[in-house]
Design a protein around this ligand. Structure first.
Ligand code: DX5
Ligand code: ZN
Length: 209
């Protein structure tokens, strides 16, 4: 469905207090916790929460991570299309077999057509993550030119989960939401706010209209 999912990116949290940072975000209304990080950290956090851990694998060999991430307790497993042209079918199958929800991410420079086969196959991904910055780190500037991809996707797939990641916050959410994004990752804008709960509810309102 296209229900709003607000996903604070834990990359901007205080790693030394990961468990309490996660609880804080959930108590302030977060739906998912976005994890740009590795299996060990997910395993540690899983001991402290039942939350949906939305894991974004910015790695060149995602297949190697399916088992470790499954064991660690990942909920969603989003890999990059740029590194999975040959083996995405095997990858999606294995992700599902481990009880995780498969998603595919694409960088700002990657054409949207590249994800169509993964959404339309008989074993489809369940989410497309449209990167709105170059992957790497938090705190970068939102790239509005990526919104055309979101619009095209939303038109083609009315009930697909479409996630945006990078530079989202109060000043960029409206353009992303009106393009059709429903899963919103937000790192620095949430963790850097004096009232993170207000930012989370503002993001949600913008998506839900
Ligand atoms: C960027 C990561 C993002 C990052 C977002 O490569 O994938 O999840 O944490 O951070 P902000 O919201 O600060 O751009
Ligand atoms: Zn991410």
């Amino acid at each position: 469905g296209v229900a709003a999912k607000i996903a604070p990116s834990m990359l901007s949290s205080d790693f030394a207090n990961l468990a309490s940072e996660a609880k804080r975000m959930l108590s302030l209304g977060a739906d998912w916790l976005h994890m740009d990080i590795m299996a060990l950290l997910i395993e540690s956090l899983r001991k402290h929460t039942t939350a949906y851990l939305d894991c974004h694998l910015m790695v060149t060999n995602p297949l190697d991570y399916v088992d470790p991430m499954g064991k660690a307790g990942a909920s969603g497993f989003t890999f990059h299309v740029e590194v999975s042209k040959e083996n995405w079918q095997e990858l999606v199958q294995k992700i599902k077999a481990k009880g995780m929800r498969p998603g595919v991410a694409l960088k700002p420079g990657t054409p949207i057509e590249e994800v169509y086969p993964l959404v339309e196959g008989e074993n489809p991904v369940e989410m497309v993550l449209v990167m709105t910055v170059e992957p790497g780190f938090g705190g970068q500037k939102f790239m509005p030119e990526t919104m055309e991809k979101v619009r095209v996707l939303r038109k083609k797939y009315p009930s697909l989960d479409i996630e945006v990641d990078g530079g989202l916050g109060p000043s960029t959410i409206d353009v992303a939401a009106s393009a059709g994004a429903n899963c919103i990752v937000a790192g620095s804008s949430v963790f850097g706010a004096s009232e993170p709960g207000q930012v989370i509810s503002l993001l949600r309102k913008s998506v839900q209209g």
